[in-house]
Design a protein around this ligand. Structure first.
Ligand code: NDP
Length: 329
């Protein structure tokens, strides 16, 4: 069997190159379940993988794509039979091993979830790893006792994939959400999704020399990292919680321990890729139930696999709004 895939290759001078070509099923890595991919999605990590980021891609040629939705083609386990609609997000998919920018993937059975009831493939990939991450961030805030009466929740990188879905979930749960965005044209969408107010990055970024700022936030979802995360933590009220998942604005944190030891602020680190499958399933169930986002179509742009390469720079430059769903099959 031969089929289409997006390859990242590296030349002897260290340059990476992206091309769409034909692949053979013999190239697929080992695993119990072969999936005929219908849709994938574009995440920040996919763009890093497409650029051959050494922290993500270990060998070339590489097929990125950390999210997959499609039908089981072959199964070596009784839990799945050909034709079953399934999803896979994270683990090594599209990072250490062959990912979803190909018409077929082969994966270990314990990475595979049945497509959550009430979601179709396109909805599932509109959420994808970004949605799962946003869901885990909200779950962390709720687990730390952050409730609507405690005050405002700030979401940074709000127009991006994780940020926009976090705004939608928190808005749905009745929180007063302050969405922070660098995009003037995203304000209307963010209000529609559920933000109570939308502000520019400069309204939150503060002098890094100040160890504490006046308490503004009951909690936060930070997708940006760097000085944005530091500013949010220093302006979080007593016993507040900030879920940190990203580094779109930087990996270094310039701050002191004062927010933690004087205000009891919790910094909740979020990793979506390696969550146990049962935890992923629990978050997906909420998306099909109490967290259901009615305006998912407002969040997505559909992109055929052949047009995907031009989107890698856009997401790395912070220019993407909402989610990119990749049409593969
Ligand atoms: P997106 O590119 O869709 O969103 C990131 C957003 O951050 C941008 O849209 C922009 O939003 C903002 N931003 C970008 N650059 C800067 C900057 N220099 N300074 C301040 N803000 C900036 O990416 P995703 O939503 O897919 O991912 C967001 C982050 O979360 C990434 O760092 C990604 O690696 C991480 N991530 C982590 C996961 C985990 O498991 N820990 C899983 C998934 C993602 P705006 O213009 O609205 O300000």
């Amino acid at each position: 069997m031969d089929f289409e895939a997006l390859f990242v290759t590296k030349s002897s001078d260290g340059q990476t190159c992206i091309s769409i070509g034909r692949a053979q099923s013999s190239q697929l890595p080992p695993g119990e379940v072969v999936i005929r991919v219908a849709y994938s999605s574009l995440n920040y990590k996919d763009a890093l993988a497409a650029r051959g980021h050494p922290g993500i891609v270990k060998k070339f040629p590489h097929v990125p794509g950390i999210d997959v939705a499609g039908a089981v083609e072959e199964s070596g386990v009784y839990e799945f039979v050909p034709g079953d609609p399934v999803i896979v997000t994270g683990y090594e998919l599209g990072a250490e091993r062959w990912g979803g920018y190909a018409e077929f993937v082969r994966v270990p059975a314990d990475w595979v979830l049945p497509l959550p009831k009430g979601l179709d493939f396109v909805d599932a990939m509109t959420l994808g790893t970004a949605g799962l991450t946003a869901g885990l961030c909200v779950d962390a805030l709720l687990s730390h006792g952050i409730s609507t009466e405690k005050g405002q929740i700030v979401v940074s990188g709000a127009s991006g994939g994780v940020g926009s879905i976090a705004v939608a979930i928190l808005g749905k749960l009745g929180f007063d959400v302050v969405a922070v965005t660098g995009k003037a044209h995203a304000h209307e969408l963010l209000r529609e999704l559920g933000a109570g107010s939308v502000v520019g990055r400069e309204a939150v970024l503060a002098d890094p020399e100040k160890p504490l700022l006046s308490g503004r936030w009951a909690g936060g979802v930070d997708t940006v990292g760097g000085d944005m995360l530091s500013s949010i933590l220093r302006a979080t009220k007593h016993s507040g919680c900030v879920a940190a998942c990203g580094l779109a604005g930087g990996a270094h944190l310039r701050m002191t321990v004062y927010p933690f030891i004087l205000r009891g602020v919790t910094l909740a680190g979020i990793d979506a890729a390696w969550q146990p499958l049962a935890k992923k399933a629990a978050i997906w169930e909420r998306f099909a139930g109490p967290w259901r986002i009615e305006k998912l179509d407002r969040l997505r742009t559909m992109v055929p696999l052949k047009d995907l390469p031009m989107w890698f720079d856009r997401i790395l430059n912070g220019e993407v709004m909402g989610r990119i769903v990749v049409e593969v099959g």
